[in-house]
Design a protein around this ligand. Sequence first.
Ligand SMILES: Nc1ncnc2c1ncn2[C@@H]1O[C@H](COP(=O)(O)OP(=O)(O)O)[C@@H](O)[C@H]1O
Ligand code: SF4
Ligand SMILES: [Mg+2]
Length: 338
Amino acid sequence: MTENTILKIENLNVSFKLNKKIFYILRDININIHKKEKIAIVGESGCGKTTLANTILLLNDEVITDYSGNLEFFSTKGCCKKNKYELIKQHKFLSKDEIKHIRGNHISIIFQDPFNALNPVVAVGKQIDEVILNHHKEYNKKEVYNSTIKLLEMVNLKEPELVYKKYPHQLSGGQIQRICIAIAIANKPEIIIADEPTTALDADLKDSILKMLKDLVDKETSALVLITHDISIIKNYVDYIFILYLGEIIEAGKTIQVFENPLHPYTQFLLSCYVDATKKGKKLPTLPYDPINLYDKNFIFKKCIFLNRCSKKIKKCETLKPEVFKIESQKVKCWLYE
Ligand SMILES: Nc1ncnc2c1ncn2[C@@H]1O[C@H](COP(=O)(O)OP(=O)(O)O)[C@@H](O)[C@H]1O
Ligand code: SF4
Ligand SMILES: [Mg+2]
């Protein structure tokens, strides 16, 4: 941790209690996010990416969720009395207003499905107005409207005055996601979490939306947490990558290093599936099917989480859970690097 750290996630565990069983969804998560840094959380569907985003924003269902570890947010905006929130330790004591203040003003999220993120019966401009007003009660009507128009321009929507009056169903998927990005940046949060922001969009739109998001994040000096199942889309947009596999970070490192020298067998697999011009026409690798129950404590806490799919396993892997090893700036949870 340095003086530029704005989010510190330390030994975080998140479990859900369902039908009298405990599902250990996230285990021993360690991530530091620094001011203006852009990171990606990458992993296949069901590995816990959205749960991690929801945990940072305290959006998990309180009734079924249990936490341990540390999740600390350090505010740099000077708008509230506190400059440090211990989100896991204090979440039960934070008032609704405090949580609302953190969400949107300090940390905001762009959801995977932009259509569900907006209210279908309210004009999109009004929805942006509302977010601005929530955090700028001192603004008059004209100031709010002008701020919204400026945001619509920033997300490259043409004829912003016309777009302001439209309802979500009158806009395309790309336009709606731009509105969601406008909402996320409206109050210049220190951290923007984008949970699969391009999954619902056509292929030709993905790159332009990600480029715009990166440029806006840079301009507003926010940090970005880009969540995706698709490692191929992030290379040009983030400084640091965390590979999540079934609830554990199995590799982390600078983007260039992970792409050039993936260490963990799972990261190597992910990158070997990355279709570029040189691989077109070639058969892509596959992994054997391996259903693991997230309530199976004997497997999850005692063995390598990738064991049954790993073609590089050694004897030790069968009996001991791997530690995290540091190879230059990369970290990898695998016995091959002991
Ligand atoms: N509300 C919930 N109730 C029960 N299980 C859930 C809930 N949300 C997520 N899960 C489970 O938690 C795991 C991680 O899910 P999720 O965080 O949505 O993964 P991802 O975003 O990587 O696809 C999955 O096994 C999923 O089935
Ligand atoms: S610890 Fe062993 S089983 Fe796990 S990824 Fe490394 S080599 Fe494979
Ligand atoms: Mg998800």
